[in-house]
Design a protein around this ligand. Sequence first.
Ligand code: CO8
Length: 258
Amino acid sequence: MSLVLYEAEGAIGFLTINRPEALNALNADVLDALDKALDQVDQNVIRCLIVTGSGEKSFVAGADIAQMSTLTKAEAEAFSKKGNDVFRRLETFPIPSIAAVNGFALGGGCELAMACDMRICSDNAMFGQPEVGLGITPGFGGTQRLERLVSPGMAKQMVLAARNIKADEALRIGLVNAVYPQEELMAAAKKLAGAIAANAPIAVRASKQAMNEGIDLPMDEAVVVEEKCFGSCFETHDQKEGMGAFLEKRKEKTFTNS
Ligand code: CO8
């Protein structure tokens, strides 16, 4: 059985971290499998990805502590880079992603969720960056993305005090967009993915790019990124279709990603 399952259902792609016997902990093979699974995504067909974990207990319980325990300094840095590279690929992937967090999202699991564009979770979800208790720092983006997603003070509290938080607190601090009963999580993820998939893919992708690139730029430069992305949508079939449908008072729209 593959360590990361990839399935397509219409315009939605499902990436499932599949190592339930270790609560889906990320070892080097899982990271490689995630990278390969992204290769399988047909970018002409798929319009939204849902990332989740196998089983009902855990999204991802972190990087594999057993595998990390004997690393040298150089090996640890390389392992951190391996995770960062694949998470960055997911973050900058043209297709938007939703993390459907179905349980523990600790360490590398919280970091994987944060590399997705949006996060929703089940009511049994638990988030945290427990690394300092293990004698290490977060290494798959946790010291960087958490501070960008929640307040710097809360991010530092989560990383430095290494206190896990439950779903309701994750919602309160803005780490997740919504909390659902476990049995409703995937339906909610599919509904959100469906809403994204119904829109013009070129516009969705350009909007994601503008938001991703602009957030770290001074505003004068960020608005230029937006201007380019905005302009790139024009003269496309989908821009003519979207605006045409409005002007013709037509509800049905056919976006073709062209
Ligand atoms: N790594 C390896 N194995 C794991 C991990 C993990 N992160 N998490 C769980 N497992 C394994 C357990 O060892 C156990 O295996 P076995 O049955 O063979 O003993 C199995 O999964 C089930 O786990 P538990 O029996 O512990 O299940 P519980 O329900 O009792 O507890 C917890 C669940 C609370 C999630 C607990 O498993 C736990 O605390 N796990 C570790 C959580 C953690 O600390 N995660 C952060 C890891 S560090 C990290 O992610 C750093 C990322 C950056 C790396 C940079 C590279 C240099």
